[in-house]
Design a protein around this ligand. Structure first.
Ligand code: 5AD
Ligand code: SF4
Length: 468
């Protein structure tokens, strides 16, 4: 979500006539977009701002802005510790970045933090790293209250973007040559709950189809879950070949979503389902709303409905109160699921969250680090194993470009989101689809041979025009 906000900020600055600079030294404007979900984002930020102070002294015209959720949370501290910052803004007014810079240039340093969102980031201009793939924010905020998580405090309550607007945006993206979209939300399976709640039991307004889509409007008494409808509608759009989404919450993942994943060819067979812990006690104190068995049952149901499904997850180790026994349960569950991959994190207290107050139950750094290492081994074992099962198969990849390590190799992504390296003498444009034969497996990637390019990239490339 934060990276997507950065794409939007960069897009706004470009629309305003700016160009990307090579380094801080060349820049007239520097925007630091912060995220406070984990780790010491604050230490990093103040370190960066300390370095930038000298630059600002040398070049007083340089403008420095700090945005994102850390800026929102720590606005006063930033002002106190880094008076050389020109603009401080939050997550809800990303769209005002350029106006705020202009205002600050005229009137001096300013802070603008809104408590409610002005616009969905997707409604703003964008500067994407890849032209063939796009993120689409379907919902902002989160109505859950996981004890470790800062998101509800900084991103606010869940708000869904109107159905028709999303379908239209994806249609636009497709007409520009985008073939892969990733629907983004903190809890995608509850997409639309706020929209349909407003409509239940009342006369449907004329624009209800725009708001919640045709399927829901026609069958609303069955309380259709809107997310599965949305997956279908987006997949039907001409030119869209791959649809992904992140993240679903295990307690809200419904069979309708699994059915769409099983039935609709465009929806990739990849489920990223954050587990967080395998211990029922820890899950309860995290307020996750499911048990280890319920999680396993969801995975079993998904695997039953979706042929050749890849499953990845997020796991936190060292949540306050996590005993050896609790952690063993996480290891057991991870081994039972055989994840294709996982993002693993050591718990980091976020001031203001419920778990941050459980100081007397904090797990020591040493113990947490040791647990992390053991978990890493379990995850890497199943990753390698699942990669090995791909050897000998033909896989469709989207070409991403030349491999960073070896320029004779191209890199592509499979529908499971696995990375494949394969030799290619001729350049194949990023965004093209190709078939590869998988010839080898490692823990984090596959090796392969190119069989054929099945669909060359269609997106338009901007040719830089030098100004004279
Ligand atoms: N400490 C460690 N990991 C966290 N996450 C969220 N908050 C914290 C925290 N305080 C992880 C969760 C979530 C992912 C995006 O970040 O695993 O799923
Ligand atoms: Fe945070 Fe939980 Fe919401 Fe995810 S579902 S954003 S972990 S509060």
């Amino acid at each position: 979500m934060n990276e997507h906000d950065s794409e939007r900020i960069a897009g706004l600055l470009e629309t305003d006539g700016m160009e990307e600079a090579e380094s801080f030294d060349d820049a007239d404007v520097i925007v630091l977009n912060t995220c406070c979900i984990r780790e010491n984002a604050d230490n990093k930020l103040y370190g960066q701002l300390g370095n930038l102070k000298k630059l600002k002294e040398e070049r007083p015209d340089l403008q420095i802005a700090v945005g994102g959720c850390l800026a929102q949370k720590d606005r006063e501290t930033i002002r106190e510790r880094a008076p050389h910052v020109d603009v401080v803004f939050g997550t809800h007014n990303v769209g005002r970045a350029t106006e705020l810079l202009t205002e600050a240039r005229a009137n001096g340093p300013l802070t603008e933090i809104l408590e409610e969102s002005e616009a969905f980031p997707s409604a703003l201009p964008v500067k994407r790293d890849a032209n063939h793939a796009a993120w689409v924010t379907i919902q902002i905020g989160c109505d859950n209250s996981c004890a470790f998580c800062i998101v509800p405090a900084v991103r606010g309550k869940e708000i869904s973007r109107p159905y028709g607007e999303l379908v239209e945006e994806v249609r636009q993206l497709a007409s520009n040559g985008v073939t892969e979209v990733t629907l983004l939300g903190q809890n995608v399976n509850s997409y639309g709950r706020d929209l349909t709640l407003k409509l239940r039991g009342s006369e449907l307004p004329d624009d209800s189809e725009l708001l919640v889509g045709r399927s829901w409007t026609q069958g609303r008494h069955t309380a259709r879950p809107l997310f599965s409808d949305l997956l279908r509608s987006v997949s039907e759009i001409e030119g869209i070949r791959r649809v992904r989404y992140t993240s679903p919450h295990p307690k809200d993942l419904r069979v309708e979503t699994m059915d769409v994943m099983g039935e609709v060819p465009e929806v990739c067979e990849h489920l990223h389902l954050p587990l967080q812990s395998g211990s029922d006690q820890i899950l309860a104190s995290m307020h996750r709303g499911y048990t280890a068995n319920k999680y396993l049952a969801k995975i079993a149901a998904a695997r039953q409905r979706i042929v050749d499904l890849a499953v990845t997850t997020d796991i936190i180790v060292g949540f306050p109160g996590e005993s050896d026994d609790d952690f063993e349960k996480t290891l057991e569950l991870a081994a039972a699921v055989q994840f294709d991959n996982a993002f693993t994190f050591i718990y980091s207290p976020r001031p203001g969250t419920e778990a941050a107050d459980l100081v007397d139950q904090y797990v020591s750094q040493d113990v947490a680090a040791e647990r992390m290492e053991r978990l890493r081994q379990v995850i890497e074992r199943s990753s390698l194993h699942s990669n090995q099962t791909r050897v000998g198969l033909h896989e469709e990849v989207i070409v991403e470009g030349r491999s960073k390590r070896d320029s004779a190799m191209l890199t592509g992504r499979t529908r499971h989101n696995r990375l494949v390296h394969f030799p290619a003498q001729n350049n194949i444009r990023a965004g093209s689809y190709a078939q590869v034969l998988v010839t080898g497996a490692r823990t984090f990637n596959l090796n392969g041979e190119l069989l054929e390019v099945t669909a060359p990239a269609k997106h338009k490339t901007r040719i830089p025009v030098a100004s004279s």
